[in-house]
Design a protein around this ligand. Structure first.
Ligand SMILES: [Zn+2]
Length: 296
């Protein structure tokens, strides 16, 4: 081998090494990007997991199982979990609070994890005493919060994720709506910039209208973020419903709160509220929007 061809040979080896190193670094960077983006397949699996626990009505085995599962998921994503225990109308309340540090929360994201005790809207009268599976009404909001727990960068403005108990038993003897969030607002001292509730946001045919009792400034920020991401067909910039939901106690306490809800759901409070009515794409639209609203 001549001296010249030896140099060329070395150069070739260097070029190949540089190529391999470049490819390795690029794949590493891609993985970094992947790890901080909202993954709707994981969120959809969270819907299926919750429904597999059976009814999550307060006091049920599925309710206790859901609490332990949420704790494990949150802790493995690096969040500290506290249980706010209280009592309302003689019912024990277990609100689950997840935080990443001791700073006071600037944003609180909330969803109820309990499911309604009876499917009193079921078209079949014989099924109106059965429990609601709660794939959309309960599990979808929890799924979006859990996937945000996994995907939000750790250096965002301080966020709490709160999983409210006992939201969904209104118009049942001995119960009322939103018991968990009422206990939370009464007993936990907080002054966040915004509270955002997600409820029934997994419908495969997702149409989220502006909710009339929501804070107009925060509402506009979120709907503008959705529009910029191309989700303007899901986040419709028109008012439609006035809801009593977990945002209500916050609004009553003069804490700016927004309810993100699609109340056009034909399976609401029926035994048909099952995972096949929920789509990953819907969870993605809501998850992406909240992720970008918080991070940007
Ligand atoms: Zn409900």
């Amino acid at each position: 081998m001549t001296k010249r061809s030896a140099i060329l040979y070395l150069l070739l080896i260097f070029a190949l090494l540089a190529l391999v190193a470049g490819w390795y670094i690029a794949s590493f960077l891609n993985r970094e990007v992947d790890s901080v983006s909202f993954d709707s397949s994981r969120a959809y699996a969270d819907v299926q997991t919750q429904v597999s626990f059976g009814t999550r009505m307060p006091g049920s085995a599925g309710h206790a199982q859901a609490r332990e599962w949420m704790r494990a998921e949150l802790e493995s994503a690096g969040w500290d979990v506290q249980v706010h225990e209280s009592e309302k109308m003689g019912h024990p309340i277990f609100n689950i609070i997840a935080k990443r540090n001791d700073e006071p929360p600037q944003i609180i994201l909330g969803a109820h994890y309990d499911t309604r005790t009876i499917a009193d809207n079921d078209p079949d009268p014989a099924k109106r005493t059965e429990p609601v599976p709660g794939a959309n009404d309960g599990a979808s909001g929890v799924a979006v919060l859990l996937e945000l727990a996994r995907s939000l960068p750790s250096d965002t403005t301080p966020v709490w994720l709160v999983f409210f108990d006992a939201e969904d038993n209104g118009h049942i003897e001995g119960w009322d709506w939103i018991l968990g969030s009422r206990a939370f607002v009464e007993e936990i001292k907080i002054a966040p910039r915004a509270v955002v509730i997600v409820d029934m946001i997994g419908d495969a045919d997702l149409n989220i209208y502006l909710e009339k009792n929501s804070n107009a400034t925060i509402r506009a920020e979120i709907w503008n973020t959705a529009a910029a991401l191309g989700h303007g067909d899901v986040f419709i910039n028109e008012e439609k419903f006035s809801m009593l939901d977990d945002h209500t106690p916050f609004n009553e306490a003069n804490i700016p709160a927004v309810d993100i809800i699609d109340f056009d759901y034909p399976y609401w409070h029926t035994t048909q509220d099952t995972p096949d009515k929920v789509s990953p794409q819907s969870l993605q639209a809501v998850g992406d929007t909240l992720w970008h609203w918080i991070v940007e």
